[in-house]
Write a protein that binds this ligand. Structure first.
Ligand code: LRH
Ligand code: MN
Ligand code: MN
Length: 388
């Protein structure tokens, strides 16, 4: 039996961070689709993130991507967020969108380009100091397209050097999350292709360097929950970029493609103590809503993570351990499948009412007229999008 009070408490305290870039226009390499009512700058992205928090109650921070969210005064942006009831979460430097980065950023063979990239990473730590952000979320598009193009080993050395310089600059209470990705944009080697590479660099650096698991960044069929369990047990799981995928890095809504995988990931989190605030696991979304309306899609995504978490919390851990010890394979497996088959929507609806929220956040958002308002207010300006 699971303790219902503890389940509710855990669900109240789990925070899911939304990404600023999911509120702006996005698309594939074939087409960026413009939507109506899209934010025109970082301030309006924060306004939209605050709306998602208002309806879900569990999305109190928004991640920034610099320079997509460049402003002249980050203190003022943080104040703006606070006034709307949210905070600024992870800071994501962007070292992949300038011509100089054609052959990479911190792994580039040219020391001048490496210096430029490192300066940007350090600037992002300065921004964290001002916004009060705890996490620097690093992803490098670095890699090579052709065998022989550059030395794999030298590139690792360059990466270590840059990571060390950033790590040494971190202040108290600040962490560094190192994200990996199997391929894209580089197609022969990526310099941080997998969790093992990220983990090894984090271990070299020290305890404040952690691995970031983006669920869309693996080869098809990879057992992501194994990676999660392994990293969590070694205190190296920094957090997630949740999204779902059918093929590659599709950035679709989390829980849309394979809710059972999301559940299995959350089971390892719950069983490994990863929901405890002390575990420091950051639950972040990294998605693009190219064809669906953005705010409802983000609300849906937050709810999907919450549903998977609720089901994972319903796993009868004591019974599971017992069956595992006895070697009762079928019963142990049934503990998981029973929890997954439970309809947790009534439980979550009640929890929301307890929290003073509408039990159906998407319906409440649609009724609110908010979309019609932003569509009219923002009709005049250039919408923010990738690179804006
Ligand atoms: C790379 C990535 C990384 C970037 C984001 C926009 O594919 O997952 O996290 O910062 O997309
Ligand atoms: Mn990501
Ligand atoms: Mn990605």
């Amino acid at each position: 039996m699971t303790d219902q009070r503890a389940v509710r408490e855990a669900l109240r305290t789990q925070h899911i961070e939304t990404p600023s870039w999911a509120y702006g226009n996005s698309g594939t390499r074939f087409k960026v689709f413009a939507q109506e009512g899209v934010p025109r700058d970082a301030y309006e992205k924060i306004d939209d993130a605050a709306v998602v928090h208002r309806y879900t109650g569990v999305a109190p921070t928004v991640a920034l991507h610099i320079p997509w969210d460049r402003v002249t005064d980050y203190g003022d942006l943080a104040r703006h967020a606070r006034e709307r009831g949210i905070g600024i979460g992870a800071i994501n430097p962007n070292v992949f969108q300038e011509d100089e980065y054609r052959l990479g950023s911190v792994c580039n063979p040219d020391p001048a380009v490496r210096r430029k990239a490192l300066d940007h990473l350090l600037e992002c730590v300065d921004i964290m100091d001002v916004t009060g952000s705890a996490d620097l979320s690093l992803w490098f598009a670095d890699g090579t397209n052709y065998p022989g193009q550059d030395s794999i080993a030298d590139r690792q050395e360059r990466l270590s050097e840059a990571l060390r310089a950033v790590y040494d600059r971190l202040g108290d209470g600040q962490r560094m999350l190192v994200e990996y990705k199997l391929f894209e944009p580089a197609f022969y080697t990526m310099d941080v292709p997998d969790w093992g590479t990220s983990y090894a660099h984090c271990v070299d650096l020290g305890p404040r360097a952690k691995v970031l698991v983006d669920t869309g960044h693996h080869a098809p069929g990879t057992n992501i929950e194994f990676i999660v369990a392994f990293l969590l047990a070694r205190s190296r799981l920094g957090g997630f970029h949740f999204n779902s995928r059918f093929y590659a890095d599709d950035d679709l809504m989390v829980g849309a493609a394979d809710p059972y995988q999301l559940f299995r990931i959350m089971v390892e989190i719950v069983l490994g103590g990863g929901l405890e605030p002390a575990a420091g696991v950051a639950f972040m979304l990294d998605q693009c809503h190219n064809i669906e309306p953005k705010i409802p899609a983000l609300i849906r995504s937050v709810l999907n993570v919450q549903e998977a978490t609720a089901k994972a919390l319903l796993v009868d851990a004591a019974a599971l351990r017992g069956f595992q010890r006895e070697g009762d394979v079928l019963s142990a497996n049934a503990v998981l499948t029973d929890a997954f088959a439970t309809d947790v929507r009534p439980l979550l609806a009640e929890l929301r009412e307890d929290m003073g929220l509408d039990p159906d956040p998407i319906a409440a958002y649609r009724r609110s007229g908010h979309f019609e308002r932003i569509r009219a207010e923002r009709a005049d300006g250039a919408a923010a999008g990738w690179g804006a």
